[in-house]
Structures are given as structure tokens and as C-alpha cells.
Ligand binder design. Structure first.
Ligand SMILES: [Zn+2]
Length: 408
């Protein structure tokens, strides 16, 4: 049976800009960055003085007044750019406060992510425009910037969608436009089986039906290289140029590992979402932020966040359901056959041995965990993540934000 639903989706594509357009884009990105930094300083100042922080709307009004006196150059850019930057700043604070609460509850050991000033050093950044966005097969028309040519013709959707907004960004020397659109989509119902998936370090994922998804092989080689590069950074003198260079090489290698992992994860999540009706995974969202010094584990954790995000939108796209089992569910320590609980199971134990005399089941630790997860298909813990932003349950009816090509 097919039922329609509205999804929000982003399409990202490279721009083919003239020098003049590049200047205009830089100016917009600069205005967005300026507004963000200015807003951050204003918020801190106001908070110190009054204990209250002005909202994005207040700040935008204030900034508009400043244009007349101190910031006349801002008239050259669309008002959207600074306005959206201030809105982003509000979101950044909301996110930080959410993490604060989690930290107080002892559920988070990572950094709080207090909003930081944006600097040119970290790249020119981006700006977000709402309002009049028109797309044709070979160009995109934006407020103030006019008609910008596209490198790839016909990729952006032209008909049958509602344009919401556009983001222009510069990455590694190239300019991109990402348009957010709302589109109708017939949602297929998915009648596949229920599956529990345990994500691991040795194997990427173990499914309760007994199938394994191995890690991509080159990752292992890369891990070795990463370790070496890590050592190279730490043995160089702090503040030295050599350390900077080593850190740069390390960063590049991390990006490669990340890309490769994302590729594999994308294949896996698509396969799961198209063939299974319900997918149960462990909700390691918060636990994954725990700091740890085991390199492979750290990368597995990053992969988990990606896996979860991709699985959620893939599932919404293909009509399957994702259940996030509470991370306190002892899925790896419980016998999947009889429910006997092994309190002494260590992370190093790769095989689960049931000590219950009537059962005595012996099987792979990850498979045992995956089977336990699959039994939680009816559990109610599917709808909320750590910050209560977006959810598996809601995403079926509500908007599903799809990552853009470059992210995926
Ligand atoms: Zn047992």
C-alpha cells in the first residue's frame, strides 16, 4: 500500500561562479560570520550584566540599527545572512544547554560545546538564505546574489517541490549551494523481518539473523597509520611548526578514514532499511560521547552516530521503523535463549557462555547481543534521542531531513 508523505530534503551541488559572484559570496559569508561573533559577544555581555541573554530576534533588531551608523557595509548583503547566523547562534546555545543538563544528570562526559567565535582560519564558512530561491536546470537564483551558474546541470529539482531555503558554503576551495526543499513522496510499506543490529569494533555490525557486516579492510591499515601519525604529533614540540604539520597530516588521515566509513555505513543502512521492517539498535548516542583512549573504539563510536543518523532517514525513506533500545538494556550480558544474566562478562570476552545448566548456550557475543536487541522490537524507547531533537517515531510523519550528497 502506498501512502503519501511530505519530506524535507536537501540537494547540494557545486556552483560555477564568476569573480564578482565569488566576492559577493565572500561578503555574505563574512557578514554571517560577523553577525555570529557579534551576537556571541552581545549575549555574553548582556548575560554578565543582567543575567539574561537576548534572543536572535532582539539581536537582529539591534544589528539592523547598527547598520545605519557603524556597519553600512552590511547593506551590500541580504539581511537573511546575518539573521540566519544569529538564529544558528541561538541553536548553538540551545544545544550547549541541552548538553549541560545531560552532564548534570551524569549522562555525558564529553565537552559541552560552548559556542565559539568563528574565524577565517577555519574556512570561510557559509551563509543561509531564505525567501526567494528559484532553481532552473543550469542555475540558481538567490536574493541579492542573482543568478549563479551550476556545474552540474539538472541535478537540483525544478518542478514538484517547494523551495524552503538555500545555503551557500565554501569547502576546500569550491563553492557549493545546498537547497532545502519540501517534496511529496509515496511511502512504500516495508514487510521484511525484524532484525537486531549490534555495532562493534571487530565486525562493523552483527545482525540477529546471523549475518555479519565486516569492516572495510583498508580501515585496518589506516588504523595503523593513524596510530603512527598520532605518535608523530605527540613527540613533536608543542607550538612548533613541525607539530602543526604533523597535526595536519593526522587530520587528513582522519578525514579519509571517516569518508571510507561513511561509504560503508551508507551501503549497510540502505540495505537494512530496504529489506527489514523493524531495525533495533542500541541507543549509544550519549554513551558514545564518553571519552576514551582506545583509538579503534573512538572511531567505532563516531561511526555509530553516523550509522544511527543514516539509518533513521533511510528507514523513513523506505518505510521501515527504527527502534532505539535503551542503552541500559544489558543486551550483551543476557543470554538470548534463557535470559540468564552474566554479570562478569568482560569486554574482552568474545564468546557468550550461558552458565544456566538447562540452557548452556554458547555463541558469539555480538550475535547474542543482536538477538537480544531484536526482541526489543516492541519496546517504547524508540522515540527520543538525547536532546529530544528529531526522532524515529516522529520522523515518519514529520519532516525527514536528509543529508546532502557531500555528507553522505
Ligand atoms: Zn541460557
Amino acid at each position: 500500500m502506498l501512502t503519501g508523505m511530505t519530506v524535507t530534503r536537501a540537494y547540494k551541488t557545486e556552483l560555477d561562479l564568476t569573480d564578482r559572484q565569488i566576492t559577493a559570496c565572500k561578503r555574505h559569508a563574512g557578514a554571517a560570520r560577523y553577525a555570529y561573533n557579534w551576537g556571541l559577544a552581545r549575549k555574553q555581555e548582556a548575560y554578565k550584566a543582567t543575567g539574561k541573554s537576548p534572543s536572535a530576534i532582539d539581536l537582529h533588531r539591534e544589528l539592523n540599527a547598527l547598520k545605519k551608523t557603524e556597519l553600512p557595509w552590511m547593506y551590500a548583503v541580504s539581511t537573511c545572512a546575518p539573521q540566519e547566523a544569529l538564529r544558528n547562534l541561538d541553536n548553538a546555545f540551545a544545544h550547549c544547554f541541552c548538553r549541560c543538563t545531560l552532564k548534570q544528570e551524569g549522562k555525558l562526559k564529553g565537552k559541552l560545546g560552548y559556542p565559539q567565535r568563528k574565524t577565517k582560519k577555519k574556512g570561510l564558512g557559509s551563509f543561509h538564505l531564505t525567501g526567494f530561491v528559484v532553481v532552473s536546470p543550469d542555475a540558481i537564483q538567490l536574493p541579492r546574489l542573482g543568478r549563479l551558474r551550476l556545474k552540474e546541470h539538472g541535478y537540483l529539482p525544478v518542478a514538484g517541490v517547494k523551495m524552503l531555503s538555500a545555503t551557500v558554503s565554501k569547502q576546500a576551495g569550491h563553492w557549493y549551494a545546498s537547497v532545502q526543499v519540501e517534496q511529496e513522496r509515496a511511502m512504500p510499506s516495508n514487510s521484511g523481518p525484524v532484525v537486531g543490529v549490534d555495532l562493534g569494533i571487530k565486525t562493523l555490525a552483527t545482525c540477529s539473523d546471523g549475518t555479519d557486516i565486516p569492516n572495510p579492510k583498508p580501515l585496518k591499515r589506516r588504523l595503523k597509520k593513524l596510530k603512527r601519525l598520532h605518535r608523530a604529533v605527540s613527540c613533536k614540540q608543542k607550538g612548533s611548526n613541525n607539530r602543526k604539520k604533523a597535526a595536519h597530516r593526522l587530520g587528513k588521515e582522519y578525514r579519509k578514514v571517516g569518508k571510507q566509513r561513511a561509504d560503508t555505513l551508507h551501503q549497510v543502512t540502505t540495505r537494512l532499511a530496504t529489506t527489514k521492517s523493524v531495525i533495533v539498535i542500541e541507543d549509544r548516542h550519549v554513551a558514545s560521547m564518553l571519552t576514551n583512549h582506545h583509538l579503534a573504539q573512538a572511531i567505532a563510536d563516531v561511526g555509530f552516530a553516523q550509522f544511527r543518523r543514516q539509518l533513521l532517514y533511510q528507514a523513513a525513506w523506505y518505510g521501515s521503523r527504527v527502534v532505539l533500545a535503551s542503552r541500559w538494556e544489558p543486551s550483551s550480558k543476557t543470554c538470548s535463549a534463557c535470559g540468564w544474566y552474566d554479570a562478569d562478562l568482560e569486554l574482552a570476552d568474545r564468546v557468550f557462555r550461558c552458565q544456566n545448566a538447562d540452557c548452556g548456550q554458547i555463541l558469539d557475543r555480538d550475535l547474542n547481543a543482536a538477538i537480544n536487541l531484536s526482541k526489543l522490537a516492541g519496546s517504547s524507547s524508540e522515540s527520543e534521542n538525547a536532546c529530544g531533537v528529531g526522532s524515529a517515531g516522529r520522523s515518519r510523519e514529520a519532516a525527514v531531513k536528509l543529508p546532502t550528497q557531500a555528507e553522505a
